[in-house]
Design a protein around this ligand. Sequence first.
Ligand SMILES: Nc1nc2c(ncn2[C@@H]2O[C@H](COP(=O)(O)OP(=O)(O)O)[C@@H](O)[C@H]2O)c(=O)[nH]1
Ligand SMILES: [Mg+2]
Length: 221
Amino acid sequence: MSDLRISEAFLYMDYLRMSECIQISFAVCRIGIYTCFRALCCKGPPPARPEYDLVCIGLTGSGKTSLLSKLCSESPDSVVSTTGFSIKAVPFQNAILNVKELGGADNIRKYWSRYYQGSQGVIFVLDSASSEDDLETARNELHSALQHPQLCTLPFLILANHQDKPAARSVQEVKKYFELEPLARGKRWILQPCSLDDMEALKDSFSQLINLLEDHEAVRM
Ligand SMILES: Nc1nc2c(ncn2[C@@H]2O[C@H](COP(=O)(O)OP(=O)(O)O)[C@@H](O)[C@H]2O)c(=O)[nH]1
Ligand SMILES: [Mg+2]
């Protein structure tokens, strides 16, 4: 073979090696870009939040719909009187509460217990500034709920609402009047003074309720 042919063959081999190197570099770059793209754009869905089914009771005007609507960031204009019942999914950072609000009118309260089944917790709202008669009615309703077979073992959140009004009973007065210490002994319950203007207190009491619900479900399993 002439010298010219030999050097041509070497040149051709160099060319093949170089193009192989370029192809490998392109492949490495492609993998790198794909990995970066996946890391930046294709994050998996956030983990699902647990959902709990709650029942919300209390006399008409105690503030059930207003408090739940505010927790859902709905406009106060959307609050209408509840006839029958309504359901809201109230989102929190670590859970979603599916709250079934039952209308609190005299002629509806006798049907409350028909809607208790499947509840995992109870929210009882009272107007701390209401008349003596209404407060007594609220106390009787709360006692019936605390003793009802479908609710008696569940976590309770009792909201002493309307605390912004001058006539509002303090949380100590409510606790004594409602005889909560003896009645709710051994149960998981929270008594929270609140008003529509004090969302911090309200959210704090719901976080405590979510902790109680988590504990309760963990024990049941
Ligand atoms: N001042 C005051 N008014 C409230 C409070 N909570 C609710 N209300 C008012 O009480 C009325 C009845 O509220 P609503 O949510 O419909 O009561 P519900 O029947 O228990 O659902 C509405 O006019 C609310 O604006 C509160 O904490 N303070
Ligand atoms: Mg209502």
